[in-house]
Write a protein that binds this ligand. Structure first.
Ligand SMILES: N[C@@H](CCC(=O)N[C@@H](CS)C(=O)NCC(=O)O)C(=O)O
Length: 223
């Protein structure tokens, strides 16, 4: 049985969404955020203290985009992972990693220096610079998504999960009004996917079962 450790609205939403897209059975363990501070025992499960952690038998993985890729290949073949024989194979890998390395990382600087640090250590200039940096990166998506419904390969893939989560996080951070129209439309389309909605429901039910808030508020205001 696959086991996924998840916090509401965190990057572990990527593997949760991927599991639902693939229709795989899994056990979801929803933790309060940040698990490193709230549940010290979690460091025994993942010494980094971060989510996701996914176990598949003896295998432990802690990188959200890599987990999506792994699940699609291991439990595929699946249309969610373009193969090396496809013209968009390289672009698939590019966008899969772009979603985390280029679109999510700058948002963690915003979160840290605008919200997580104690007031005397906050850096409004750093937060504002990386907010702009993130929005600047969306300019590469704007023309692409004005001409095609998904990131690559002419269909929905794990790259859309990776980029889609980064856009969701930006929405939680209040940046959606600055999205280019084609990017807003893309995010709206992703949210209509039944597997996305099932993942949201699994997240909500898992949080409620643990007595944890099912809104992104704790992620956005972590100590
Ligand atoms: N690159 C990793 C980052 C994982 C990560 O930093 N997750 C955040 C939640 S979005 C976390 O667990 N933060 C808690 C902490 O740093 O203590 C991934 O894509 O999964």
């Amino acid at each position: 049985m696959i086991v996924l450790y998840h916090c509401v609205a965190a990057r572990s939403f990527r593997p949760l969404w991927a599991l639902e897209e693939l229709g795989l059975p899994y056990q979801l363990k929803v933790l309060a955020f940040p698990p490193r501070a709230v549940d010290r025992a979690y460091l025994g499960i993942n010494p980094l203290g971060t989510v996701p952690t996914l176990f598949d038998g003896d295998l432990r993985m802690t990188e959200s985009a890599a987990i999506c890729h792994y699940l699609g290949v291991k439990y595929g073949p699946s249309d969610l992972v373009p193969g090396p024989d496809e013209a968009d194979f390289g672009m698939f890998l590019n966008w899969l990693h772009f979603g985390e390395a280029t679109l999510t990382f700058p948002q963690t600087i915003v979160l840290r220096y605008e919200r997580f640090e104690p007031p005397e250590r906050r850096l409004p200039q750093a937060a504002e610079d990386y907010r702009r940096w993130f929005l600047g990166r969306l300019k590469t998506l704007e023309p692409l998504l004005a001409n095609q419904p998904t990131m690559c390969a002419g269909r929905f893939t794990m790259a859309d999960i990776s980029v889609g989560y980064a856009l969701l996080l930006a929405e939680y951070l209040g940046m959606a009004p600055a999205f280019p129209p084609s990017v807003s439309d893309y995010l709206a389309r992703l949210k209509l996917r039944p597997a996305f909605q099932r993942a949201c429901m699994a997240e909500r039910e898992g949080a409620e079962a643990e007595g944890i808030s099912a809104t992104p508020a704790p992620l956005l205001a972590a100590p």
